[in-house]
Write a protein that binds this ligand. Structure first.
Ligand SMILES: NC(=O)c1ccc[n+]([C@@H]2O[C@H](COP(=O)([O-])OP(=O)(O)OC[C@H]3O[C@@H](n4cnc5c(N)ncnc54)[C@H](OP(=O)(O)O)[C@@H]3O)[C@@H](O)[C@H]2O)c1
Length: 334
């Protein structure tokens, strides 16, 4: 049997258990040109909140009654596909379920001798590539510049600060608790950081930690943190909009200060990006990320919940900041 988690209803505000339904279906069988994957780890990610809404953003919503979308790494258990053999590990969008049948579209093979397979959903997967391309291709940091990162202790943010350091920049992080702040400073090499849940004046906190102003802002969160960063940008600053998690559970967009004049007078560049736009460069990104992980220059942390049944709870925890590094769910020991 195949345990699956379906989208049962669309949330209003913060999602709830009742928005999901756990079902058991017969094990799917691969047809000609297909293979069966047994899931090892499922990734739960902020973008999934958007897919629970009815409105299309950059991708179609999950339909009510469909298996929740999600990145999974797992093992090929049975293959009728010429390019995939039983026993190989693969990562793909196989969804919140124990088993999936695939024709290979959008699937990448994973070499378990390079790093633990779970990293293909984190530092050596979509979040790692988001940090890499978002920082290096969109924000184009130069050695000596100050790079501010929001969501700095999360999956993407924890890699961004380290890549900024590899490139010779000063990295300043903003995160949601003291342990995260200490971790990114003491273990990851961020030059300075603060806890946005205990600081009341974000502008003053940033000003104290960015004496030369802000050249690059890698934005994972949006909202009042981002408003404060904008007020301190230098001329020709580059702002990469990676995510706006502070807004994902709002029913109506909230109104902030109007900051375009600051962009104008500082001749700054603000650019939103999606990791998929760099698909043709994935080989280069994975090569660099793998080298940095192997050399110890790029550290990572994983927060692993147990069992498909706990996927919704792991997802809620990540949305609330309960995750320590990349939030994953272990589906089986395959
Ligand atoms: N553009 C792309 O292609 C792309 C790809 C991947 C991810 N993203 C975006 O990148 C961001 C980070 O994703 P991730 O996968 O690395 O997740 P993550 O950072 O590992 O987890 C989400 C984190 O968001 C923080 N958070 C939650 N609510 C917040 C709020 N109101 N204000 C400030 N921080 C809040 C929490 O950390 P604290 O404890 O610090 O609050 C939480 O740990 C998300 O916005 C995501 O949508 C974009």
């Amino acid at each position: 049997m195949n345990k699956q988690i379906l989208l049962a209803s669309r949330p209003t505000g913060f999602p709830e258990e009742s928005n999901f339904q756990l079902v058991e279906k017969p094990l799917p069988r691969p047809g000609e040109g297909e293979f069966l994957v047994g899931a090892s780890y499922l990734s739960v990610d902020p973008y999934m909140r958007g897919r629970m809404n009815a409105a299309r953003s950059y991708a179609d919503p999950v339909k009510i009654g469909d298996v929740m979308t999600g990145g999974v790494v797992g093992k090929v258990l049975e293959s009728r596909h010429a390019s995939y053999a039983a026993g190989e590990y693969v990562v793909g969008q196989f969804g919140w379920q124990q088993y999936a049948v695939s024709n290979g579209a959008g699937v990448r093979k994973v070499d378990p001798s390079v790093a633990p397979i779970s990293t293909s959903l984190g530092v050596l997967g979509m979040p790692g590539l988001t940090a890499y391309f978002g920082l290096l291709e969109v924000c184009t940091p130069k050695a000596g510049e100050t790079v501010v990162v929001s969501g700095a202790a999360g999956a993407v943010g924890s890699y961004v600060g380290q890549i900024a350091k590899i490139k010779g920049c000063r990295a300043v992080g903003i995160a949601g608790d003291d342990e995260k702040v200490q971790w990114i400073k003491n273990e990851l090499g961020y030059d300075a950081a603060f806890n946005y849940k205990t600081e009341t004046d974000y502008r003053a906190a940033l000003k104290a930690r960015c004496p030369n102003g802000i050249d690059v802002y890698f934005d994972n969160v949006g909202g009042p943190i981002t408003d404060a960063v904008f007020s301190l940008i230098n001329s020709r600053a580059r702002i990469g909009i990676c995510g706006q998690i502070a807004l994902y559970n709002l029913e109506k967009p909230d109104m902030g200060p109007r900051l375009l004049q600051q962009i104008l007078v500082k001749q700054a560049k603000v650019e939103g990006f999606l990791v998929f736009q760099f698909a043709s460069l994935i080989g280069m990104g994975l090569r660099d990320l793998t080298e940095w992980v192997k050399s110890g220059q790029l550290k990572y942390r994983e927060d692993i919940a147990e069992g498909i049944e706990n996927a919704p709870r792991a997802f809620f925890s990540m949305l609330r900041g309960g995750n320590r590094g990349k939030q994953l769910v272990r589906i089986s020991e395959l």
